[in-house]
Design a protein around this ligand. Structure first.
Ligand code: SF4
Length: 870
């Protein structure tokens, strides 16, 4: 097995024990081709550890491959009869010639990149000098207010991102497989971008070098990754030499600049990278519409996008690629580069993938095979690292789920019939036949839904096959869904029908084109995705039918609408090709516990020697965290926040008193997580009425998580202000699993105590959850030891504890931080529940016998920590 050439992996500081262990584990997992799940709490330097170890491995592996190559060339030359009687120097010369041949492409590329880097260095030095002069002028002018503003910056909340900021479903336009209407020149260009061209010279020009695909949820997180990478020697911006590249004599064929920057390219959607302002404006910001408009501009006879170079100017796209790879850039710089060079950064960045050593991308672009194919990326023999992977399973399930309503079905069918009528004479036989089948399918699905709506049930989970048996009086099972799906994908007919429908609507209503167009196009894309899901539905898919009452078009009556939602129940098959193609897969996150989900749901088929987990302790000393599971309140009322007892006023009063008592001891910030918005409202109303709020406000200024995302920043800002200075501090009530339990940094005085009230189990009556639990129970792989827990129940428990653990993770954010964690519910005292908590809490969860004992211990802990800090 490959051994690290540098035991500290080029880590830019002296690594903590936990960081060293993480890097050792990761390196070993990559060397043995494992799928591994890594938990490393925030503040432990997870990103730097992942970067240092994985890039060390990449360079070590490359050096190792090269070493083997030299040995095999040496052996081949030695075995060659014609060199038998030649002197040593002739043999050496022959070896060097052969290696130089192999190195030619890499060397040429590196020489070009080095030329660009030289220029960039000169420009950066000039800009820095100018900047220093400007800053000096500004400093002289800085007012007292500005100085205060700068000092206040430390209290500003860390960036807050919505869950779906970049995780939203993205339908990538399949430009490179569109065979209709693209000019031969554009098709050839697309082929060259995706590396699908059969041209030998192009393949030679762009070898698909071994690389790391680094995925995270949002572009902001990917930009942070790039910023961390810049701190390491791999970015070539420090004087330190990265590991893995022994410096050979310059005459050696193996010579390579040891400090050259790693070649990195960030990928994004057109939403991130399209620089055609006209397309951006017309699309109304919709990625799908942007894709349609972009492809439209690539058709024969149309005025082409001015940023996409024609085939007879390949050097422009190549120049872009070289500039993008010369230094380590994030996606914003890539977009700027496109604007400065007048070259499309969306296609330019794709052009750079084959020669890049690190590709960063949001993980929704990596998880769907169709999206990867559209981007022209293959994971074969590359390393895949997915960071912030704690929600990966949910993301895969949601990415493969799609809804369609009866209203949309009727509208699409109407649009289709109008389209058929208009273009009937232009159809080839096959077109007409498939469109007829599509119309039949839409009719059948509508009839099925309308028939179901007559029944008494408000929601029902059905097998996909039931839609085909009943819909269209049984005619649907005659339709070959896979063929229909293939037709829709290849012909792009949905776009054409949508476009025509939009244009008619525009003429009729004279409304803005954007809104109308996006609506029709989205509905068409949705039905296409729905058909795609049905076409590939196997035992892992179901359809959830629900009734929704909507106000009719006349605004006087209500109409019942049926929504059909295709649900993927198990993510493992959708993710299987990633695990099988990649040489190793790493799922990393700050809070990955409970880890059993990843094994049970994502990788049940992997042999045990190919799967591993790693959880590192926190970098803070164990006595910086004090954790309590509390079963009774101050007057002895049992804390049991089950769903049935949540409205219990006696329990709410007890909770209020407990929080007041804790707030009296804890200095500065305190965050209380409750199970739901309903609970938050109930507690707030009750405490207003009982006067508890006033008692609480005497200890800390209270804040409440707002329902609207737009208000979150303002609340956090005020909460932070209350924790600055020498005041009593603030208390923030938030909902577990909602906007503040993930991604928010409650470091140091922002949270000296985190309270979690109750266990937020999901609604066990949800048809969706019931079906998932049933599916897991009935599809567990054979050979499970008898007495193993029911996987459905394991899922139910894990869903609750995953969000609890995320909330707990807000408390400790850096190596000097300290905080107490108080879990209010008698169920937390059970050993089986304690075992679900993050591993870094170790066995340090105490269960004080009374609330008084908790208060005493908390007071002792806070006194000790305050004394230690002062
Ligand atoms: S070629 Fe690039 S810049 Fe032009 S429309 Fe397409 S994505 Fe936008």
């Amino acid at each position: 097995m490959l051994e690290p050439s540098d035991p500290t992996y080029g880590f830019p500081f002296t690594p903590y024990k936990q960081q060293q262990q993480l890097m050792d584990h990761l390196y070993r997992a990559m060397a043995s081709g494992e799928v591994t799940v890594i938990e490393s709490p925030t503040g432990t330097g997870k990103s730097l550890s992942l970067i240092s170890s994985s890039l060390s491995f990449l360079r070590d592996a490359k050096a190792h491959e090269r070493h083997n190559l030299v040995a095999s060339i040496r052996a081949a030359v030695a075995d060659n009869e014609s060199f038998k009687d030649e002197p040593e120097w002739v043999i050496e010369h022959e070896i060097k010639t052969k290696l130089a041949e192999l190195d030619r492409q890499e060397k040429e590329l590196e020489e070009r990149l080095e030329g660009i880097r030289q220029k960039e260095r000169v420009e950066r030095a000039k800009a820095a000098a100018e900047n220093a002069r400007t800053m000096a002028r500004k400093r002289q002018k800085m007012t007292d207010d500005e100085r205060q503003e700068q000092a206040d910056e430390q209290f500003a909340p860390a960036p807050y991102y919505e869950d779906d900021e970049a995780g939203a479903k993205e339908v990538v336009a399949y430009v490179d497989d569109a065979e209709d209407n693209l000019s031969p020149a554009v098709r050839a260009l697309m082929a060259s971008i995706s590396g699908k061209s059969k041209s030998r010279s192009e393949q030679e020009e762009e070898p698909d070098v071994r690389k790391i695909y680094f995925a995270s949820r949002t572009h902001s997180q990917l930009s942070q990754f790039v910023a961390e990478l810049r701190k390491t020697p791999f970015a070539g911006e420090t004087s330190a030499k990265p590991p893995g590249l022994p410096t050979p004599p310059s005459s050696s064929p193996e010579a390579e600049s040891p400090s050259r920057p790693i070649r990195l390219i960030p990928l994004g959607s057109r939403q991130n990278l399209c620089i055609n302002d006209d397309v951006r404006k017309k699309s109304g910001g919709s990625n799908e519409a942007m894709g349609d408009l972009c492809v439209e501009l690539q058709k024969s006879g149309k005025e082409r996008c001015p940023y996409l170079p024609p085939l007879d100017e390949p050097s422009k796209l190549n120049d872009f690629r070289d500039k993008a790879l010369a230094s380590v850039h994030d996606i914003e710089v890539i977009e700027d580069l496109g604007r400065n060079t007048h070259t499309c950064p969306y296609y330019g960045s794709r052009k750079a993938v084959r020669t890049a050593e690190v590709v960063t991308l949001p993980y929704n672009m990596l998880m769907q095979k169709t999206a990867r194919e559209a981007l022209g990326i293959s994971l074969k023999d590359h390393i895949v690292i997915i960071d912030e992977a704690h929600n990966l399973i949910d993301s895969i399930l949601s990415l493969h789920s799609v809804s369609i309503s009866t209203r949309q079905l009727l509208a699409i069918r109407q649009a289709l019939l109008t389209y058929i009528q208009k273009f009937r004479s232009r159809f080839t036989g096959l077109n007409a036949s498939y469109l007829k089948r599509l119309a039949l399918l839409l009719k059948g699905l509508t009839e099925f839904a309308e028939q179901w709506a007559k029944g008494a049930k408000k929601e029902e989970m059905v097998q996909v096959s039931r839609l085909f048996e009943a819909g269209g009086a049984g005619a649907l099972d005659q339709i070959n869904m896979r063929k229909l799906d293939e037709y829709l994908t290849k012909s792009k007919i949905a776009r054409k029908i949508g476009g025509y429908s939009d244009s008619l609507a525009e003429q009729k209503t004279a409304q803005g084109r954007q809104a109308v167009r996006a609506d029709a196009t989205r509905a068409l894309h949705q039905i296409q995705q729905f058909i795609l899901s049905l076409a590939h539905a196997d035992r892992d898919g179901r359809v959830l039918l629900t009734k929704e009452t909507k106000r009719g078009a006349d605004s006087t009556s209500d109409k019942v609408e049926v929504v059909m939602k295709y649900l993927l129940l198990a993510p493992s098959e959708s993710f299987r090709d990633v695990a099988e193609e990649a040489s190793s897969v790493i799922l990393a996150g700050g809070t990955m516990a409970p880890m059993s989900d990843f094994r049970e749901q994502l990788f049940p088929y992997l042999p045990k020697e190919r799967f591993s987990t790693f959880s590192c302790g926190h970098v803070v000393p164990a006595d910086h965290v004090s954790t309590y599971a509390v079963s009774k309140g101050p007057t002895g009322v049992t804390f049991s926040f089950t769903y049935e007892r949540r409205g219990d006023e006696k329990l709410l009063d007890e909770l209020g008193q407990a929080i007041v008592n804790i707030a009296a001891i804890v200095p500065k910030g305190m965050v209380v997580f409750v199970p739901s918005y309903d609970f938050l409202n109930q507690a707030q109303t009750r405490w207003q009425k009982s006067g508890m709020i006033k008692r609480l406000a005497a200890k800390k200024e209270p804040f409440w998580e707002p329902k609207a995302s737009a208000d979150v920043d303002a609340v956090l800002r005020e909460y932070a202000v209350g924790n600055a200075g020498s005041g009593k501090g603030s208390i923030l009530f938030a909902v577990v699993g909602a906007k503040l339990s993930e991604g928010i940094n409650f470091a140091d005085d922002m949270a000296r105590c985190v309270v979690v009230c109750g266990i937020p189990y999901p609604n066990s009556q949800s048809a969706e959850l019931k079906e998932r639990m049933h599916y897991l129970k009935t599809s567990a792989p054979p050979g499970r030891p008898s007495g193993s827990p029911d996987p459905g129940q394991v899922l139910y428990q894990n869903l609750a504890f995953r969000v609890v653990n995320q909330s707990i993770g807000r408390a400790i954010r850096n190596a000097r931080d300290w905080a107490s964690i108080v879990l209010l519910d008698e169920r937390y005292t059970q050993p089986s529940k304690k075992a679900q908590l993050p591993a870094w809490l170790d066995s340090g969860v105490q269960s004080p016998p009374t609330f008084g004992a908790l208060v005493q211990d908390l007071a002792r802990f806070n006194r000790k920590m305050r004394a230690a800090v002062s």
